[in-house]
Design a binder for this molecule. Structure first.
Ligand code: FAD
Ligand code: S2G
Ligand code: ZN
Length: 427
């Protein structure tokens, strides 16, 4: 970065002094990740209130050669949302405006800083549904969920974030802005290059707003059940028509959540796994299957992340396994000599495990062992949380060279000076 530039002064002039934070007591919430595993440092936290201000901030950083990290709700779990080497932290939370719902196109335009919870309430008010739901809904933002292609519990019935994006407005590293927001419901006018932003984790452009699909509820009565299961394969057999969500968690999760939340045991019996199923159809359940029906059962699944965070700083590995390897993987990961408590939970219909360990004396070694196991079983090193800084090495080792080279050429074209979130993917 060229020392001559009074970067912070220029940023203050652009967004107003109140929207530029440098005091560590004020920036700590922006530079520490949600799990507490990473604490970074920043030259300044900058909070623009409009697309024009985002463009000016990016231009100033570009001219000063000052890297920046875009941030939404800072609920990301792979270390990609915080500045690790003094980067400017560009918070998009103030871009929190929402346009009226367009019933004719079945979509809504939202600023990048709108939280998922606010967007869901906006849709619900008019009898519609925004498909993506995460337990981080009160902080996770439109921009962050697009940048990580967030999944959540309803991917099996409504798709991931990618499936909801109908248009984007993006500020690029040179300060230019491109928008596909004002589009008709169906056009075919060349490649939709802004789709590249989905899952780009702040490394290719800054998402400032999005046009998002809204679904019409299917109207049927949703039933929520908790089912005891001896294997995950048992859960796969339950999947059928009318399925809205099928989540799993193991005995360790259930015991920890009951303890943490002071909840009663929700089902008679003790099982290696529990399936939390939301469905509108009749499940293909054997008569004898131990099951209990009650909407409030979601609390047992949604409390897992906060429960584990309460036990200590967790190592979290979001991975996916082929269906026919899931039980074998669960046994193998527990057999690893990675000490510390192990918790297994996730989204069954995508083979998506969230492997969490707490108390491991060597998290990096545990991470290597677990990701090595995933790859040896034909699995994927990330399923919905992205790569961040946690998995850059594994991303390079396990992604085919052609895709890496293509990603490098796109990065070179869009961010030649590597000022956008430089630690992610390429750090
Ligand atoms: P941040 O954490 O602020 O940023 C995430 C990444 O996106 C970073 O790389 C950042 O640089 C980039 N970014 C953020 N905003 C922008 C923007 N406007 N333009 C360009 N890049 C940007 N994730 C799931 O997929 N499924 C779940 O079920 C799920 N459950 C969760 C439950 C809890 C309790 C918690 C704490 C997290 C959970 N997450 C889940 C992870 C997290 O909520 C998601 O990754 C979410 O998409 C992050 O959104 P955010 O706004 O907090 O983004
Ligand atoms: C979930 C949340 C993050 C985690 O609960 O589905 O994506 O790993 C996760 O606890
Ligand atoms: Zn998840």
């Amino acid at each position: 970065m060229s020392p001559a530039v009074d970067l912070v002064g220029d940023l203050r002039e652009t967004v107003g002094s109140a929207q530029v934070l440098t005091d560590p007591d004020l920036t700590i919430g922006y530079v520490r990740d949600w799990t507490g595993r990473w604490t970074g440092n920043t030259t300044a936290v900058v909070r623009p209130g409009s697309v024009e201000e985002v463009q000016r901030v990016v231009r100033i950083c570009q001219e000063a050669g000052a890297p920046l990290v875009p941030q939404g709700g800072n609920t990301g779990l792979v270390g990609g949302s915080i500045p690790h080497r003094g980067e400017v932290l560009l918070s998009l939370r103030r871009l929190d405006w929402l346009r009226p719902i367009e019933h004719d196109t079945g979509s809504v335009i939202a600023g990048a800083g709108v939280t998922l919870g606010t967007l869901q309430a906006h849709a619900r008010k008019e009898g519609l549904v925004y498909a993506v739901d995460l337990a981080s809904r009160d902080s996770a933002t439109v921009g962050g969920t697009i940048a990580t292609n967030a999944g959540g519990a309803f991917v099996v019935s409504r798709g991931d974030t990618r499936r909801q994006v109908r248009g984007l407005e993006v500020v690029f590293a040179d300060g230019s802005v491109v928008s596909t927001i004002e589009t008709l419901p169906k056009v075919s006018t060349g490649p939709d290059l802004l789709q590249t932003m989905i899952g780009s984790e702040g490394t290719l452009g800054v998402i400032t707003s999005a046009r998002l699909h809204l679904s019409i509820p299917n109207g049927a009565e949703h039933m929520v059940m908790l089912i005891g299961a001896d294997t995950l394969a048992d859960g796969l057999r339950v999947m059928g028509p009318g399925l809205r969500a099928i989540e799993f968690f193991d005995r360790a999760c259930l015991e920890a959540v009951m303890e943490h939340r002071g909840l009663v045991r929700p089902i008679q019996g003790d099982f290696p796994f529990y399936l939390l199923v939301e469905t509108t159809g009749n499940l293909d359940l054997e008569e004898s299957s131990p099951a209990v029906v009650d909407r409030s059962l979601w609390v047992y699944r949604e409390s897992i992340t906060e429960t584990i965070n309460g036990l200590g700083v967790p190592l979290k590995l979001d991975v996916a396994l082929p269906f026919d390897r899931m039980d074998e993987f669960a046994d193998a990961v527990r057999a690893l000599d990675a000490p510390g408590a192990i918790f297994l939970y996730g989204h069954l219909a995508e083979g998506n495990f969230h492997v969490n360990t707490v108390g491991s004396p060597d998290p990096d070694r545990a991470s290597e062992a677990i990701l090595g196991l995933v790859v040896s079983m034909g699995g994927a090193i990330a399923s919905e949380h992205g790569i961040g800084v946690a998995k850059t090495g594994w991303w390079r080792r396990t992604t085919d060279p052609g895709s890496i080279e293509l990603a490098r050429r796109v990065k070179e074209a869009l961010d030649p000076n590597r000022i956008l979130n430089p630690q992610v993917f390429w750090g």
